[in-house]
Design a protein around this ligand. Structure first.
Ligand code: 26Q
Length: 801
């Protein structure tokens, strides 16, 4: 948008006065931030209305991306960037004597997600707007986001994330668009005047779903899409009916807090209520919106695509069936045809324990009408498929079985498309996790490799690098990140390679300053910054990284004179509060950090920093500073990974197993520019098949490994009690479920190679450049474009400049 500095300054001062009734000089950074947010929202108001109007006028097909998590990160900088007014606003604020960085940091980072899945949803929202696609997000407005993590005596402690305390500058409450969501009650069949029977659903517990909309601003294209998050409130008739405190609390609880478990928090009825709540409200508002412009449901599938982000919103399937049949008199077959043509589903995990299942009794009690519909889906599925495929496979794949509602199977059966998030992951879905359903519906399965918002992870997070790139290849890559490939023509340009070194150093300094001021640890910027940032999970193998630190520590202790390449090992990871083992890993790494960081023999050759409260904002600080990207999951377990892509585009070299999208990253950048190691997925499945993995044998055969592992139980690491033993036992007593010991030697070999290679600055920088240059293909812009073409069948305008 066009904006003159003087105009901005005038508007901003007025905004401050109008909102806070004080002079600028008396405002806090938080107030300065809020006023700026309000002003920008207002500036963008016309784009937002115009976008909605134009979609309406042209009757454009809409995509609704349903996700129980969205992790958008702070919006101020990204909105300024996308509107193209960053420089004007920065200059204006500077001339007013304000500190832009402080204002930026005053914005709370909405933690409405756990990790990869929620962040992916946010990257996709950004990209859908930026490629001019009518994409809407639909989710939950949690009153409290993912807990804030602090360490006390090295243990993770969870504090509430009160992110709405000062209000939210970007959202618009739309009470007039609220819907009623019904739980519990009874269903009975009522005879109609024409003699037919119709289900009547009464004595329900009703909850009012109030939408809060946030504009998602496209990059330099005047498009603003909508992210709609629902909040649970007392229904409007509250005055006529008495609600006990307990009933009020029950309603309040629905959207009070995000479940902080990203794998196996199973069977909680509140979680099911959350899932139905936003699924039902979302579908109701979609149908209502569609019918406000259309007189019949005939063209529904041409105008609406609904995407199910993992199984959590799967109830959109029976909910759309319910609305079509009960409220619009659609017969079953037509309703089913509309529903399956509308729905598509992405699976994000192959871990069996993360597949959602609900006890039938709970499900039926909470959602009796929806349960009837699921039963009928189940009955027809069996009747259709048993004659063709036989009873066994149909038993195994039916939506109802073993006394449970199986959400993944319901999602596959009720959708026309099922996709994995990286080629290997999709292959494993077909061969293993969903193999039976793949046999029944091969045509539904397809791959859509994940992508990231290049603009946030490079342009915003790493401005020094972004500007350097602009100076070499111009700015078109901002629209078309594949153009980053043009950088490879400069691989022998010594001056440019040196500039890349300087940029990395600047970013490392920024991180080092943070680590110094927040944690009191001094880290040198000429060390290798070896980074592992992701949720804490056994399969992601932070333990393998930890064993390497112990090995490096012992190496220096045994040979203090050795020529060591200095290293800083950097972790960021939250553990699910109920995940005991993950919390033990945090404790041991923190204790190890204390030992290493304070040992005078070690000095600054080796440092370990576990930065508390990892999230989007800390990612923006850490990722640009990384030299090494640790992507070391047990092969076959990480569906895709996306931090691997963010680190790549910021010039880190991957130290990676052949898992998830690592495989595609390695292929894109060239294996000579990464460090790969370890078992392949086929090796892992081979062990499963033969059942002959013995971690103890590997331990017995490797004396160095023995020393490293034993140090977990020898009191070498002060301050730990049972935690070292727990990890030790997981590796030896319980046969090392994630093959840590199997991959140890190969991993260490690559770590040693890294220490050697890092000293050759020029060669290293060339590899780093190869990663940056090849990273453009992992832009979420292309990912959503492929969803649009292959799955949603919606138009978009990729601006390729
Ligand atoms: C399930 C049942 C009950 C409660 C919670 C859950 C639950 C919640 C969150 C299960 C899974 C999640 C999140 C999964 C997730 O983040 N998966 C990651 O998705 C990324 C985006 O596709 C991939 O890159 C990662 O590989 C994958 O782990």
């Amino acid at each position: 948008m066009e904006l003159k500095e003087a105009e901005f300054v005038r508007d901003y001062i007025n905004e401050i006065k109008a909102t806070y009734a004080v002079d600028l000089k008396d405002t806090s950074p938080m107030e300065q931030y809020m006023a700026l947010g309000h002003l920008i929202k207002r500036y963008n108001g016309e784009n937002w209305t115009d976008t909605s109007k134009s979609y309406r006028k042209n009757d454009v097909k809409q995509v609704y991306y349903f996700s129980i998590e969205f992790l958008p990160g702070r919006l101020l900088q990204s909105n300024l960037l996308n509107l193209g007014i960053t420089d004007v606003v920065k200059k204006g604020l500077k001339n007013l004597g304000l500190n832009f960085d402080k204002i930026v940091r005053s914005e709370p980072d909405p933690g409405l997600g756990n990790g990869g899945l929620g962040r992916l949803a946010a990257c996709y929202m950004d990209s859908m707007a930026s490629i001019g696609m009518a994409g809407n997000g639909n989710g939950i407005r949690y009153r409290y986001g993912l807990f804030k993590q602090v360490f006390m005596n090295g243990y993770q402690v969870e504090l509430p994330d009160d992110w709405l305390r000062n209000g939210n500058a970007w959202e618009v409450r739309r009470e007039n668009r609220a819907c009623l969501v019904k739980f519990g009650g009874h269903v009975w069949m009522q005879e109609q005047p024409d003699g037919s029977l119709k289900p009547v659903y009464d004595h329900t517990d009703d909850v009012l779903a109030v939408p809060y909309d946030t504009g998602i601003i496209g990059y330099h294209n005047v498009v603003t899409n909508t992210l709609r998050l629902w909040s649970a409130e007392l229904p409007p008739n509250a005055e006529e009916r008495y609600y006990s405190q307990k009933e009020r609390d029950n309603i309040d609880d629905i959207t009070k807090v995000l479940y902080p478990d990203d794998s196996n928090e199973q069977g909680r009825s509140l979680r099911l209520r959350q899932e139905y709540f936003f699924s039902s409200a979302g579908v109701q508002s979609i149908v209502r919106h569609y019918l406000s412009d259309h007189t019949s449901l005939k063209r529904f599938v041409q105008k609406v695509a609904i995407h199910i982000n993992d199984t959590h919103p799967t109830l959109v399937i029976p909910e759309l069936m319910r609305i079509l049949m009960d409220e619009h008199d659609c017969p079953w077959d037509l309703a089913w045809q509309i529903t399956t043509s509308t729905m598509s589903y992405t699976n994000h995990t192959i871990m069996q324990e993360a597949l959602e299942k609900w006890p039938i009794e709970m499900f039926q009690g909470l959602l009796p009408r929806i349960y009837q519909i699921v039963e009928e889906i189940n009955r027809r599925y069996r009747a259709d498929k048993i004659p063709v495929f036989g009873e066994d496979i149909v038993d195994r794949t039916a939506p109802l079985g073993d006394g449970q509602v199986r959400m993944a199977y319901l999602a596959v059966i009720g959708s026309h498309s099922v996709n994995g998030v990286a080629p290997l992951h999709t292959e494993l879905l077909e061969k293993d996790v969903l193999a039976d359903l793949y046999r029944i519906y091969p045509e539904k399965f397809n791959n859509k490799t994940n992508g990231i918002a290049e603009r946030r992870w490079l342009e915003i997070a790493n401005q020094p690098l972004s500007k350097l790139i602009d100076s070499k290849i111009g700015k078109d890559w901002h629209f078309n990140p594949k153009l980053l490939q043009e950088l490879s023509t400069f691989e022998n340009d010594k001056k440019f390679l040196n500039q890349l070194v300087d940029v990395k150093k600047e970013n490392k300094q920024r991180l080092a300053d943070y680590v110094q001021s927040e944690m009191g640890i001094t880290i040198r910027t000429d060390a290798i910054y070896d980074v592992q940032i992701k949720r804490l999970h056994a399969y992601k193998r932070q333990v393998l990284h930890m064993l390497e630190i112990i090995r490096e520590y012992l190496e220096i202790k045994e040979n203090p004179q050795a020529d060591i390449t200095p290293r800083v090992h950097i972790f960021g990871a939250k553990a699910a509060p109920s995940y005991h083992y993950a919390k033990s890993v945090i404790k041991v790494i923190n204790a190890l950090a204390d030992l290493v960081n304070n040992d005078p023999d070690i000095g600054d050759k080796l440092k370990v920093v576990f930065i508390p409260n990892y999230g989007v904002s800390l990612g923006e600080l850490i990722i640009p500073a990384a030299d090494i990207s640790e992507q070391i999951s047990t092969a076959s377990k990480e569906a895709s990974g996306t931090s691997n892509m963010k680190l790549m585009t910021n010039g880190a070299l991957s130290l990676a197993t052949m898992d998830g999208a690592n495989i595609d990253i390695i292929r894109a950048a060239g294996s000579e520019n990464e460090y790969t190691f370890g078992l392949t997925a086929a090796d892992v499945y081979g062990y499963y098949h033969r059942n002959d993995y013995r971690s103890k044998a590997i331990y017995d055969g490797n004396p160095e490994l023995q020393k490293v592992v034993d140090s977990l139980i020898t009191n070498m690491i002060p301050g730990i009690s049972t935690e070292g033993r727990e990890i030790y036992d997981s590796l030896l007593q319980y046969n090392d479920e994630y093959f840590v010991l199997a991959d140890y030697a190969d991993y260490v070999k690559q770590q040693k190679q890294i220490s050697i290679d890092f000293k050759d600055v020029e060669t290293w920088q060339k590899k780093s450049l190869a990663n940056i240059a090849a990273s453009g293909t992992f832009s979420a812009d292309y990912s959503v474009a492929r969803y649009a073409e292959d799955i949603w069948q919606v138009p978009y305008k990729l601006i390729l400049k």
